[in-house]
Design a protein around this ligand. Structure first.
Ligand code: PEP
Ligand code: MN
Length: 340
């Protein structure tokens, strides 16, 4: 439920409503506007009775919120969320290009590619140190050594780093090194991990589960937001499809849907989404054109030697050309590519 206060309510009136909410065992979220104030209620299992609030001093009206996600939806917060990480702004009017290898393989490989994506116009470096792999015999990442390599690459290039936490153990380490903590598609409903990152003071990117509905995705986001962490980016990385021409099906309509339902910035992963190098550039252009806030792209200078996901990695030259085109496309759309 959302409680709208009369114009310019006094502090006592607002505090009175918050105290009432807390006395019922729920959480109160203050949503200040220019002249008015709204207070959102979370933590309730069923509907909250409006009668409890309509007679309190300063209350104008109560609005039931029927969606199962509240903090992630636009009912509690209609304006787009915006925050900056290492100079890159995730929010309206900005487009953040993230590039780097799927996996950290060695210091030489990561620093080489980090320099290349920096020169090509990236605003953030990606690279997995803990890799969720379908097959246990595949390369599963360098762990803490990989995180240290990312720190070196970040220092060399000035790029902030996004990297994945797989579980509670890796989260502790990732928290130390990452600028943005990535929660992968396989962990979208790992509720203890979502609770844990919700309590942290570092931005999180939550990838959509490969078979998750948008409502499930937003409820997963709600776990993180309700823990107090409001710096959250959603990432569409493709969903399972009956067709095998692409690795996954990038749900571009879903990006539009989630942008309408939620105020959170949305990133598109055209690499994991398509699994095919030749589709990454056009899909990235599409992401910008339809109003996403960011793309996260696998880049490798020796994709044939890549230990993970080589077929979907674009070359540094292709990446640089793509960023040039994104800058041109951004201007007439009233957007700005971060770092340019
Ligand atoms: C990744 O970005 O490295 C990754 C494993 O992505 P996803 O979780 O979308 O498969
Ligand atoms: Mn990958």
């Amino acid at each position: 439920m959302l409680i709208l206060m009369k114009q310019n309510p006094t502090k006592e009136q607002v505090d009175g409503v918050i105290a009432k909410i807390k006395s019922m065992g729920y959480s109160a979220h203050l949503i200040p506007g220019e002249n008015d104030v709204a207070i959102g209620i979370t933590g309730n299992q069923g509907a909250v009775s409006a009668d409890e609030f309509t007679l309190l001093p300063g209350v104008k009206e109560t609005i039931p919120v029927t969606k199962p996600y509240k903090l992630a939806g636009r009912a509690f917060k209609s304006s787009d969320t915006s925050f900056t990480v290492g100079g890159a702004t995730f929010g309206p009017g900005h487009f953040v290009v993230i590039g780097g290898p799927c996996a950290v393989e060695s210091e030489d490989q990561t620093v080489r590619i980090a320099r290349a994506v920096k020169a090509g116009g990236a605003s953030m470096l990606r690279g997995g140190a803990y890799k969720p792999r379908s097959n246990p015999y595949s390369f599963r990442g360098m762990g803490v050594d990989g995180l240290k390599i990312l720190a070196t690459a970040s220092k060399e290039t000035g790029l902030p780093v996004i990297t994945e936490a797989l579980d509670m153990e890796s989260l502790e380490k990732v928290y130390e090194y990452a600028d943005v903590i990535q929660i992968g598609t396989r962990n979208m409903q790992n509720f203890s991990l979502l609770d844990a990152v919700g309590k942290l003071d570092k931005p999180v990117m939550l990838k959509r589960g490969m078979s998750a509905t948008i409502e499930e995705w937003l409820q997963a986001a709600e776990y993180i937001l309700s823990g107090g962490n409001s710096k959250l980016i959603l990432c569409e990385r493709g969903v399972r499809s009956f067709d095998t021409n692409t690795r996954n099906l990038v749900d571009l309509g879903g990006v539009l849907a989630v942008r309408q339902l939620s105020h959170l910035p949305v990133c598109v992963d055209p690499s994991h989404g398509t699994g095919k190098r030749h589709m990454v550039v056009p899909m990235s252009r599409a992401a910008l054109a339809l109003g996403a806030n960011s793309v996260i792209i696998d880049v490798h200078d020796r994709p044939k030697e890549a230990l993970c996901d080589g077929p979907q990695a674009i070359l540094p030259e292709e990446f640089a050309d793509l960023v040039k085109v994104l800058r041109l496309l951004a201007a007439p759309l009233g957007m700005h590519v971060s770092g340019s």
